[in-house]
Design a protein around this ligand. Sequence first.
Ligand code: GLA
Length: 729
Amino acid sequence: MSIRYVEGTKQFILETAETCYQMKVDGMGYLQHLYYGGKTGQSDMSYPFRTYDHGFSGNPYDMRNNRDYSLDSMAQEFTSFGVGDYRITSFRASFADGSRCAEFRYVSHEIIEGKYEIPGLPSAYDNGETVHTLIITLKDFAVNAEVKLYYGVFEELDIITRAAAIINAGTEPMWLRKASSMCLELPFGKWDMLHFHGRHCMERQPERVPLFHGVHTLSSGRGMSSHQHNPFVIICDRDANEDEGTCYGLMLMYSGNHKTEIERDQFDNVRVITGINDDRFRWELTSGDTFYTPEVILSCANGLTQLSHHYHRVIRNNVVRGDYKLKHRPVLINNWEATYFDITEEKVLSIAKKAKELGVEMFVLDDGWFKNRNDDNAGLGDWIPDTEKLPDGLDGLIEKINGLGLLFGLWIEPEMVSEDSDLYRAHPDWAMTAPNRAPMMARNQLVLDLSRKEVHDYLFDTISNLLETYRINYIKWDFNRPISDVFSHSIPSSRQGEVQHRYYLSLYRLYDRLTRKFPNVLFEGCAGGGGRFDAGMLAYSPQIWCSDNTDPISRLTIQYGTSFGYPACTVGAHVSASPNHQTGRKTPVHTRGVVAMSGTFGYELDLTKLSDEDCAEIKEQIKRFKELEPIIHDGKLYRLSKMRDTSHYMAWQYVSADQSRAVLNIVVTNPLANSAPVHVKLKGLLPEAVYSVDGEFECRGAALMSGGYTFKRLTGDYPAKQLDIIRIK
Ligand code: GLA
């Protein structure tokens, strides 16, 4: 059993293959955090804690003269508010009498087989592994509020999921101001934080900084998980590297406003709190109501590589769902960077025809296919094919595309509306706008208020209708502006603080209904590129367009940052034109192929304009990707270059699940004159096995991992090399 309760010491011990998590109910009934890290045998991990008088940190009333006990210095599983712990908190609420204090003590617990679910929210599911759930109930008897803490222990995966439910157990209403998903305390050690910040066209840039005294905040209030701060953070030992050192990951499974706070306090205790962003959040709980928080996927590993492997595995097997979960993802051609809005049937078909000749499997028609959509100023909301651009209609085009032997995919941006659209003219109040205020425009469009039932139903019917009317195999679901002017015309003023979260509850339900109704359709998420690249979206769309920046050199750091938490099979990546449309940089088509192969792989350029030489290379690339896909998508990733190497080169490697094949990739980003050749040590091979190294020579795995491999000098503009390491003995 991966969860044990020790009656005598009132201790909870959660064990996975290589980690252990311990907490205990103390004499006062508080739920203390004791330990999270490598396995400790049967040890009771309360021994490292010593209590003493902390001076200006006060003591709970029950302790009277015992000044050694203070909530302000204690490691806790769920925090109080307003009663003497002055650090960041996971909970804030106001009560009918105007009070705001709350503190929770242990009431009961239950241990159940299998993984809990969270009503209305996506969560990691049990995929045949050993999973147990622990639910601990805490209560504040003064205000009659209850908290249930959920722990999902995925034993073989070294994953513990966390979530919380807040229950109004009283008779009067209460108002939640903050309801975080979890608190993690690190009472000992010196820690760095590795987080993934960015901007449009430059998402998930890794940044590693030592934790200073005070509070670090990583958050989004943009109505989307955002380009700016991904809801994933790693706290690692200051000396941790790819191969060793304690690393904790906290991945919030949520696509809306989120906040992670990390406080290093006066006693060097580190507290991490993550969940829904509490800015502008206010949720009314009437008597008997429950509020569920989103889930956090928590992991602890030895080294960053192992931590990434834990996340890649759980996302691939326990987050992503549906027919395409483990299936080959069709190699696609998307017309966006080839035509932008300037679509004609003739152009589209000429690209599709060429694509088929080169081995592409699916054509995706991007933005601009519907009525009045000649630029990004009009048309969103009216999902009716433009018969001027497509004289035989969408069905006519699909028939011709299918006739070429290609599957067909379509772009939509359902959550948005243009002012210049029939939908907006009919229902102006469906757009998110605040009363008596002209809204902020972004890309000249507005966001539909999906928290409204009519909007939800309209979108379900509209998308169902598209999928029923046309033979569509794939949907690219876009979201091209942040949310502002948050206000719903359908709920009373007292509930306006709920709109943003209600929006996401409705979006998840919409996605859930659609993916259940159309299990054969592959959904790809998108938000101006990778502005909503998170585990919440991955529960419905197995892949997400990683960035609007398709320059392979920019993509190296974007995909590198993304790789810490998310596997290659989720990363939408395409070969685009050179010079690149976002950076103007010229790169060889080979390099573009090597980089895009570390994702779902496709093309996004006018293939009819390419030289015969480039076309021949593309034909080869597609063949190669199909051969390598199982290694890249189902194997293990090893990052072979460090962050500081990336100004010179980037090297990375995939190893198949049975370790019989590996792919070694290098892209030189800045060839240096007369420099030492790039040398890397391979990882993850079988030490005793003999491998053929790209047909060049044969060598034992142990030798390649200890002695490494020296690349031939690579010169010119952004050269790349992809080597096959194949086991022969
Ligand atoms: C967003 C997407 C692009 C493209 C355009 C179309 O920016 O990220 O890939 O679909 O919208 O308007």
